[in-house]
Design a protein around this ligand. Structure first.
Ligand SMILES: [Zn+2]
Ligand SMILES: [Zn+2]
Length: 305
């Protein structure tokens, strides 16, 4: 794995641009919603309402922080995954929004036996691996963040802090996901582990977490939890990150480029070509030159070849 020196500058610029867009996108969206609500209702403050709601919620359920954190994290990650996943299953089965499909005609509808296998495998992984991992994560988070006391839970981080942490987690995810994913493409691990995830080319949204248990832990849950553990994030910051990443990873596996959402071409190309685009946003691939073929072909219909 050699560093592509010419790629350092474009890689850093690409990552900075991506992080800035990510921050501004949600900052503007949330602030605009808050101001419109304030104007329409004649004084309703979304921020004050949320802080009051959160503090009531914590006082009601948060006196057992391990249980509180584990249940909320499991519910949020599972519900968000299957809500977005169901939306894309409806698109695949009805042909609705077909004009946004990257490779029209593929998986429209998906094979029902293959889809059933994906649903069962992902649900098993979420129950058997993600939940125990969240318990471990609870203890790891306290190494830097300090004890998860009621006093700490009641303090709501600012929107700016949550979004800055989101950009940081996204960067850490890019590095750790790239490295673990590249490792899964070594001959021995590909044959025994990663081949499962590559059964879908092109993929469907709910196949985002369809993987061998080893991959699910090493290349899915570990990169997601790395950023929050490094800086000891507040649960609200973690859940925002988990919801964002779930939306992002399902979108890039969906094979739909919906307006305002991430283009799935980058990861789609990986599912087709195998030795390109191991990362999530492209920073690491540019740095190590593993996106050269993609850069040459991204404007063409490479899947027809
Ligand atoms: Zn994939
Ligand atoms: Zn792969």
């Amino acid at each position: 794995m050699g560093l592509n020196f010419k790629g350092i500058r474009p890689a850093v610029l690409h990552m900075c641009k991506h992080s800035l867009i990510l921050f501004l996108h949600y900052y503007i969206l949330i602030n605009a919603t808050s101001r419109i609500l304030f104007f329409v209702t004649g004084g309703f403050s979304l921020e004050e309402y949320f802080v009051r709601w959160w503090q009531r919620f914590c006082l009601r359920f948060g006196d057992q922080p391990l249980l509180f954190f584990t249940v909320c994290t499991t519910v949020i990650s599972t519900v968000v995954y299957w809500l977005i996943g169901s939306f894309f299953i409806v698109l695949d089965n009805t042909g609705w929004l077909s004009k946004y499909k990257v490779q029209p005609g593929t998986n429209q509808p998906p094979d029902s036996a293959k889809l059933r296998k994906v649903i069962i495998t992902v649900l098993k992984s979420q129950l058997l691996f993600a939940t125990p991992y969240t318990v471990l994560g609870y203890f790891a988070l306290q190494i830097v963040g300090g004890p998860m006391t009621m006093q700490r839970l009641l303090q709501v981080p600012s929107l700016e802090r949550i979004l800055l942490e989101l950009a940081f987690h996204d960067f850490v995810y890019e590095v750790t996901f790239y490295l673990s994913h590249k490792l899964l493409h070594t001959k021995w691990l590909y044959k025994r582990v990663h081949k499962t995830h590559h059964e879908w080319a092109p993929p469907i949204a709910v196949a985002a977490a369809y993987a061998h248990p080893f991959e699910y832990v090493v290349s899915n849950t570990t990169p997601i939890s790395a950023g929050p553990i490094i800086i000891g994030s507040h649960p609200l910051s973690i859940w925002t990150w988990v919801a964002y990443l779930t939306l992002q990873t399902l979108t890039v596996h969906s094979n739909y480029h919906l307006p305002g959402f991430q283009n799935p071409l980058f990861h789609d190309f990986h599912h087709v070509k195998f030795n390109q685009n191991y990362g999530s946003v492209g920073f690491m691939d540019r740095l190590f030159g593993t996106d050269e073929l993609f850069q040459k072909n991204k404007s063409k219909k490479y899947w027809d070849k």
